[in-house]
Ligand binder design. Structure first.
Ligand code: PGA
Length: 253
């Protein structure tokens, strides 16, 4: 089913105590003014995940996501975290292929496909990120780039498996830069993503897919972005670190 989703990607921010405070503040604000039909997702750092799951165990509106996982099932990968480990503490979802992971950790489409498989095996939701860099946008190659990322990491899945995937379109030039894609630019590429999925899996699967926008999404622009027919919510970075801003984005639907 196509869902409205607002996910907060905290990245490498917030120590443990301030992270727990942030969760408490978000819960309190949503108690006063509920999220309604919006699915809220929090993706704090690994060190906060277990506590986040415990704090939110009875909260039906908020689920917990990791920001990454390793592409192998387990073994000698010092410092890494497996999908199975995440699942064993009750994490619901995992962000896969964020542009910062692609850029700073050289993650390839092939590795990301493996991560997606492992997440689905553990019945976790992969929040799969795609998006072009500025030069690709300027050269009008963004459609091609996004299509390749999606095809190479997702199109090996069966339609049944694909049904559990969430896609986040995040133009790299808009992440953390203050520059946002216009609602028209977001709609154009979200519609393209949905059509690409439709060609592979048919109209029903494409229509059920939630496609989130990410990249300097904030309370001042989320309403216009979310009003577009193919924008089903947002993956929020900077603005997710402030409870008021994050909850305002949730309520902008
Ligand atoms: P931003 O980050 O909202 O700070 O631009 C979004 C993201 O990287 O997921």
């Amino acid at each position: 089913m196509r869902r409205k989703i607002v996910a907060g990607n905290w990245k490498m921010n917030k120590d443990f105590e301030s992270g727990i405070d942030l969760i408490e503040d978000i819960v309190e604000l949503l108690d006063e003014n509920p999220a309604g039909e919006v699915n809220v997702v929090l993706a704090p750092p690994y060190t906060h995940l277990q506590s986040a799951v415990e704090m939110l165990i009875d909260n039906k509106d908020i689920s917990v996501s990791a920001q990454n996982c390793h592409h192998e099932k387990g073994g000698a990968y010092t410092g890494e975290i497996s999908v199975e480990m995440l699942n064993s503490i009750g994490v619901d979802a995992v962000i896969i292929g964020h542009s910062e992971r692609r850029e700073y950790f050289a993650e390839t489409n092939e590795q990301l496909a493996k991560k997606v498989n492992l997440a689905l095996e553990q019945e976790m939701i992969p929040i799969f990120c795609c998006g072009e860099v500025l030069d690709e946008r300027k050269a009008n190659k963004h459609f091609e780039v996004v299509e390749k990322q999606i095809k190479e990491s997702l199109f090996h899945l069966s339609a049944e498996q694909f049904d559990n995937v969430v896609i986040a379109y995040e133009p790299v030039w808009a992440i953390g830069t203050g520059e946002t894609a216009s609602p028209e630019q977001a709609q154009e590429i979200h519609a393209f993503i949905r059509t690409t999925v439709e060609k592979q899996y048919g109209a029903e699967v494409a229509n059920d897919l939630s496609i989130l926008y990410g990249g300097s999404c904030k309370p001042s622009n989320s309403k216009e972005l979310f009003a577009k027919p193919d924008v089903d919510g947002g993956l929020i970075g900077g603005a997710a670190l402030n409870a008021q801003d994050f909850v305002a984005i949730i309520h902008s639907f």
